[in-house]
Design a protein around this ligand. Structure first.
Ligand SMILES: NC(=O)c1ccc[n+]([C@@H]2O[C@H](COP(=O)([O-])OP(=O)(O)OC[C@H]3O[C@@H](n4cnc5c(N)ncnc54)[C@H](OP(=O)(O)O)[C@@H]3O)[C@@H](O)[C@H]2O)c1
Length: 246
């Protein structure tokens, strides 16, 4: 049996991916502040109401989820952590951002996935099942954009973190397959937040409006199917997978 721990399952990419995995018959443990009514109807879904800004509570959360996985009598074939939750805001030049806004974004988008990865590897170090970590990154981790410095920095950090842990794991006998994936532009609330800003507030707003109007956004369904292929494929630890690759 396969077990998936996914952050950010209340909406968007995380909710759709969780649904597709549940449809395949797997166990999914979802972490977000809000709950998804859609996912709560699946018996193999368990929701953990948790604010990822509380990074010091993550170790306990992971051991609670590990208790559920270890308590399952069906043989475990794969355990996978999907670091999907992130924050886009603050969307403004850095001198307009408050220390609180910067801190919250980096806690949720960068420190939480780092701590989750550390706890996941430690918790499942000695299991023989296949272990995988998929970090949902962004093209913003490679391309600088005005008004998005905190988000871009979190994603760039996530990419480097993935590469470093990949180096550590590749040296091990039974490596954790850690990868980062750039999903491309996807039709979710995060995109709506970016395009609904006024141009005075955020100069990239028009770019996101045009992307929406010209039909460049993928559906969460199409992306979810693509992510399923990536999950099932064996990919070398530390690799950054672009949305057009498999
Ligand atoms: N959409 C795109 O075009 C796009 C492009 C590139 C990369 N991405 C990446 O894809 C991932 C998913 O994005 P999305 O578009 O699906 O975003 P979304 O629709 O805004 O969903 C974000 C998810 O993250 C969770 N989250 C946010 N803050 C949290 C917190 N403090 N604690 C726990 N959970 C929290 C939210 O749950 P709650 O609010 O209920 O807590 C929600 O489930 C992100 O990493 C994003 O950077 C998206």
């Amino acid at each position: 049996m396969n077990h998936f721990i996914i952050t950010g399952t209340s909406k968007g990419i995380g909710e759709k991916l969780a649904q597709l995995l549940l449809e395949e018959g797997y166990f999914v443990y979802g972490i977000s502040r809000g709950a998804s009514a859609l996912l709560s109807s699946y018996t193999k879904y368990e929701h953990f109401n948790f604010d990822l800004g509380n990074v010091l509570g993550i170790e306990r959360l992971v051991s609670e989820i590990a208790g559920r996985i270890n308590g399952n009598s069906i043989r475990t074939e794969m355990i996978c952590l999907i670091n999907n939750a992130a924050m886009l805001e603050p969307l403004k030049s850095i001198d307009q951002c408050s220390p609180e806004e910067i801190n919250t974004n980096l806690q949720v988008s960068l420190i939480a996935p780092t701590v989750l990865t550390a706890c996941f590897i430690k918790q499942f170090n000695h299991v023989s099942a296949r272990r995988k970590i998929m970090n949902i990154s962004s093209g913003s981790g490679s391309y600088p954009a005005p008004g998005m410095s905190v988000y871009c920095t979190a994603k760039a950090g996530m990419n480097m973190f993935t590469r470093c842990v990949g180096e550590e794991q590749r040296r091990r006998e039974h490596p954790v397959e850690i990868i980062a994936v750039d999903p491309g532009m996807v039709d979710t609330e995060m995109q709506a937040v970016a395009r609904e800003k006024s141009e005075e507030q955020y100069e990239m707003a028009n770019f996101f409006k045009r992307a929406h109007q010209s039909g460049q956004l993928q559906s969460t369904e199409n992306l979810g199917k693509h992510l399923l292929n990536i999950i099932h494929s064996k990919i070398e630890a530390g690799k950054l997978v672009a949305h057009s690759e498999e």
